[in-house]
Design a protein around this ligand. Structure first.
Ligand SMILES: NC(=O)c1ccc[n+]([C@@H]2O[C@H](COP(=O)([O-])OP(=O)(O)OC[C@H]3O[C@@H](n4cnc5c(N)ncnc54)[C@H](O)[C@@H]3O)[C@@H](O)[C@H]2O)c1
Length: 463
């Protein structure tokens, strides 16, 4: 683990971050160095790396693009049985187009290479492992001239964000098409809301707020590692519990709302401060040893002084709140009505969200309602028609800004994007060298407990 230099609370200018990232965004998109797929001429082959819940979902979206010939060609995972289970389920739904034979199902840390080696330049690889592996797999996809769909978050810390931005320069130079699973951006209701905000219907945005507050979900918490599995594989399997693997539940759960609120504002926050705590470390099942806090309250501050407040809570029995809002001088908008990006979006006159004040509500056609499908329709069209499409720079910025709030809460300090890029702790610098026998990037103490955030005690280190 790399240590950070001396803790710093001075705000560095946001300009540096923008220079770094806008240089990336402005880089020329050269033409592809390989033959793009031509409509109707052949099937696009897709390889799936990370055969879990979202991987299966993304593959199903790829196979569901209307009027297209897409074929699941290969599947890879680090756990035996996962490629087979995913292929079987997809084959049941899509028949021969998803019937990946055993010889193209790969298991192990190198499985991603074998899966990508089986594709042709211009085919698509889906990267849906825990995000720690994203830059490793993306680097190889670029080397192989593959178009990519990758899930969020795309990085978990500052140093890997920097690496991802540099890698993306290569992808853009090759003209690769890359979708990132920040599906709010493909929600048609939110797209119209964004236009209306740009047209001034909300006036000046003064404050944004988002909430994700529900009971424990996914691998938010973990008990002590049982026998029969290595520490490394336990941490990978339960990646939401471990900061190196996922950015923790804060990054994994909250990124969508933070992303779409920044989109509505049309800016990235200059700094963040925050608080967080863990009320419950024991439950009926036993003692939880993971690294997550169960409550977070983050204040993101934009250059113009306006604020984005985000509250996250993962505790049973409390009020469920999972939605997002933008307040302007003329009115208030419901950005996500429920969950990560739930329809309908709406605008109310004034600050009270009452029926009498409703000024506009999104109307989206049934067939356009699923943003997970919309993002794939856009990606496949870009691949077929050779259109520019690369969502990675924006995916990195959103991942970094989300992690900035997390780091602020975990350290108890003010954090800027530039600090994260230049001095941030890299949780697992050798993630590209892992084998089944490697020690885990995070070590438990004699009682099987992992280090947790200790605000105020560790300078700018998160644990
Ligand atoms: N956009 C969304 O709304 C959304 C929803 C769910 C998940 N996700 C994202 O998708 C990603 C996967 O989440 P999930 O819920 O599918 O988790 P999951 O645990 O169900 O699936 C992840 C799979 O990746 C495999 N894996 C881990 N490391 C690997 C490696 N190095 N090489 C190959 N395979 C590896 C695991 O064994 C597992 O099968 C995460 O980044 C998550 O944040 C996004």
């Amino acid at each position: 683990m790399r240590a950070m230099s001396k803790p710093r609370t001075v705000l560095s200018s946001r300009r540096d971050f923008l220079v770094t990232t806008s240089a990336a965004a402005a880089a020329a998109c050269a033409g592809p160095s390989f033959q793009p797929h031509v409509a109707g001429s052949d099937r696009i082959r897709v390889a799936l790396v990370g055969c879990g819940g979202r991987g299966g979902g993304a593959a199903a979206n790829a196979l569901s693009v209307q009027g297209e010939q897409v074929e699941l060609w290969a599947a890879a995972d680090v756990f035996a049985g996962k490629p087979e289970a995913t292929v079987d389920a997809l084959e049941e739904q899509f028949g021969a187009r998803a019937a990946v034979p055993k010889e193209r199902q790969f298991v192990g840390f190198d499985g991603y290479k074998q899966a990508m080696d089986s594709l042709r330049p211009g085919d698509i690889v889906i990267l849906t492992t825990p995000p720690a592996f994203r830059w490793v797999h993306y680097a190889y996809a670029i080397e192989k001239d593959l178009n990519v769909f990758m899930e969020k978050p795309v990085t978990v810390d500052g140093p890997s964000a920097k690496r991802m931005l540099a890698l993306n320069e290569k992808a853009k130079a090759k003209g690769l098409k890359v979708g990132v699973g920040l599906m709010s951006r493909h929600n048609f209701g939110m797209q119209e809301l964004k236009k209306r905000i740009e047209d001034g219907e909300l006036g000046e945005i003064l404050m944004l707020r988002g909430y994700r507050m529900h009971g424990p979900a996914a691998f938010f918490r973990s008990l002590k590692k049982p026998d029969g599995i290595s520490d490394l594989m336990y941490q990978i399997q339960r990646f939401h519990s471990f900061l190196w693997a996922s950015g923790g539940n804060f990054s994994d759960f909250n990124i969508h709302i933070i992303d779409h609120l920044c989109w509505m504002k049309g800016a990235w926050p200059a700094w963040a401060q925050g608080i967080g705590g863990r009320h419950y470390r024991e439950g009926k099942e036993g003692v939880y040893v993971d690294q997550n806090l169960d409550s977070y309250g983050i204040e993101y501050v934009f250059d113009d002084g306006t604020r984005l407040f985000f509250d996250g809570r993962t505790i049973d029995g409390c009020k469920h709140m999972y939605a997002s809002y933008a307040h302007g001088t003329k009115g208030v908008a419901v950005v996500s009505a429920h969950d990560d990006c739930g329809l309908p979006s709406a605008i109310y006159k004034g600050q009270r969200m009452e029926a009498a004040n409703l000024a506009w509500q999104s109307q989206v056609k049934k067939e356009d309602e699923n943003p997970y499908q919309n993002e794939w329709n856009v990606l496949i069209k870009a691949v077929r028609d050779g259109l520019e499409h690369n969502e990675v720079d924006h995916g990195v910025r959103t991942s970094l800004i989300t992690a900035m709030g997390r780091m602020a809460a975990h350290t108890g300090q003010v954090v800027t994007p530039q600090q994260m890029l230049d001095e941030g702790m890299e949780f697992a610098p050798d993630v590209d060298k892992l084998t089944m026998d490697s020690p885990a990037p995070l070590l438990a103490d004699a009682n099987g407990r992992y280090p947790v955030p200790m605000p105020g005690q560790k300078g700018m280190r998160e644990y």
